[in-house]
Structures are given as C-alpha cells and as structure tokens.
Ligand binder design. Structure first.
Ligand code: NDP
Length: 257
C-alpha cells in the first residue's frame, strides 16, 4: 500500500527549482508521485530549458512559467496564468532565497545596505508577494510552505545576512497564517538541515556545518532533500490539515541541542 495521499486533479505551484539538487525539485517529484498537477516556475528565460528537461522526468506533464519574484507585475501575471491554465490552486511550495555571497562569510556587519535589501526582498518579502497574488485563486483548503533554516533562530557561523532574512521569513509565516487562516489557507515553514545545493555553495565553510550536524545531531546524519519533501507533502496535503503558522524542523533533531 502506498503511503502517499492522493492529490489527483489538484494543482500545486513549485517555485525555486534551479537543478536536480534543488529542494524544490525533490518536492515536485514527491507531489508528482502523489498525482498532483504541477506548475513549476523559474526565475528567468535562461533557466527554462534546464527545467524543461528535468520536468520531462515527471509522470504528469507540468506547466512551466517564468516568475522573477522581485517583480510584482510578473508575480501577478504568473498567478493569473496559473489560474487560467490550471484552475484553483491547492498549494504553493516557495523554495526561493538569494543573498550576495560576499555577505555569507566573514564579519556579519560588513554587509551593505544594498545587499541587505536584496536578500530580504528575494528571500522573505517574496513569500508575502506570492501569497497575495495567489489569494483570488486559492482552493478553500489550500496550503503554502516555505523553506527556512536554523540560522534565522540563532547564530550559525557564516550564515550572517541570510539568518536575518530567514528570521523575517519565519515571522512572515506567522502573520500570513493568522491572516489567511480564516480563509482556510494554511501557511507553514520547513526548517531543513544543511543540504548540498547551488544556494548552499554560497555559504562560507558549508562543509563544517554539514559535519557538525553529522557528529552532534540526535540522528547523527544529515538529511536528504527527499526527507524534506515528505514533510512538504504532509503539510501541503490534507494530512497536515490542522497545522498552520508552524516551523517544522527536518534536521535530524539538531535544533534541540
Ligand atoms: P537552490 O539554489 O537549488 O534553489 C534556490 C532557488 O531560488 C533557485 O531556484 C533560484 O533560481 C531561486 N531564486 C533566486 N532568486 C530568485 C528570483 N529573483 N526569482 C525567482 N526565483 C529565484 O537551493 P536550495 O534548494 O538549497 O534552496 C531552496 C530554499 O531552501 C531556500 O529558501 C534556501 O534558503 C532553503 N534552505 C536550504 C538549505 C540547504 O542547506 N540547502 C537549508 C535550509 C533551507 P535561479 O537559480 O534560477 O536564479
């Protein structure tokens, strides 16, 4: 018997697939396995062909749309298109972040005003912008997830500016959950343990973060993107129907230390 809930005929939007290592790609595969109709968004035209070839591995044919989350008009028109092509939206996986990599190493206070604004815009504000644009098209029991990291709760060496962005994201999850709850929409975050992805490469001495977790976390191992995706499926499907405004840690228990 499959452990997967059935999501047949339900539309999910997955934002933030850069390549096959992306956490968003693991989420897309898991939703596809559960029968969901997928819309995958990419940041700019140059990423389209890579995403097309990845999407060809899915069981169901996915809709691919460009959406740069720094552009409100682009976000609005993407969600209008999603509604026209795929009906009401059952869920969104927001798996997007960016910070200048110079601000992800060395002294925290060396960052500039511009680096701060850009990181907060792309990594935190974009969640609110996306939820706002999707509002008219949400299904009655829709669910939104975003990806966060422990560095927003406490100091993790080199995470620096992205830690501040994740703190803003975590707080946005709570405010959005409170605002959208009366409309039946749930908003949650998954705090993933460190996973080798393109974004992770930007964090200074990322290998030390991985090995520290492996040595000290209760499970004594790192987590996979697939484990994050299973929790994503739980939150995005009816299985997580009573959960909102939550941050679930999928990090081998490291956060309890
Ligand atoms: P990826 O680099 O694979 O994914 C990051 C995604 O963000 C990319 O697809 C990137 O698109 C997208 N993005 C950046 N800027 C924009 C923009 N302006 N508009 C639209 N999309 C944009 O890395 P991960 O899978 O690791 O990251 C996904 C999420 O998981 C992030 O929020 C990250 O902080 C979080 N996370 C990651 C952890 C890890 O250890 N890997 C741990 C905990 C949380 P493109 O490359 O096409 O520009």
């Amino acid at each position: 018997m499959s452990i997967y809930p059935t999501l047949t005929n339900k539309t999910y939007v997955v934002m933030g697939i850069a390549n096959k290592r992306s956490i968003a790609w693991a989420i897309a595969k898991t939703l596809d396995e559960a029968g969901a109709k997928l819309v995958l968004t990419y940041a700019a035209e140059r990423f389209k062909s890579g995403l097309e070839s990845l999407a060809s591995e899915l069981k169901q044919e996915a809709i691919l749309l460009e959406c740069d989350v720094t552009n409100d008009e682009a976000i609005d028109s993407t969600f209008r298109s999603i509604h026209e092509q795929a009906g009401e939206i059952q869920g969104i996986a927001h798996s997007i972040a960016f910070a200048d990599k110079e601000a992800l190493r060395g002294e925290f206070s060396e960052m500039t005003r511009g680096q701060f604004a850009q990181a907060l815009d792309i990594s935190a504000y974009s969640l609110t912008a996306v939820v706002k644009a999707a509002k008219p098209y949400f299904a009655q029991d829709a669910s939104v997830i975003t990806l966060t990291y422990l560095g927003g709760e406490r100091v993790v060496p080199n995470y620096n500016l992205m830690g501040v962005a994740k703190a803003a994201l975590d707080s946005s999850v709570k405010y959005l959950a409170n605002e959208y709850g009366p409309h039946g929409v749930r908003v949650n975050a998954i705090s993933a343990g460190p996973i080798r992805t393109l974004s992770a490469k930007g964090v200074g001495d990322f290998n030390s973060i991985l090995s520290e977790l492996e040595q000290k976390a209760p499970l004594r191992r790192n987590v996979s993107a697939e484990e994050v995706a299973s929790t994503g499926l739980f939150l995005l499907s009816g299985m997580g129907s009573g959960v909102t405004g939550e941050v679930i840690h999928v990090d081998s228990g490291y956060h309890i230390l």
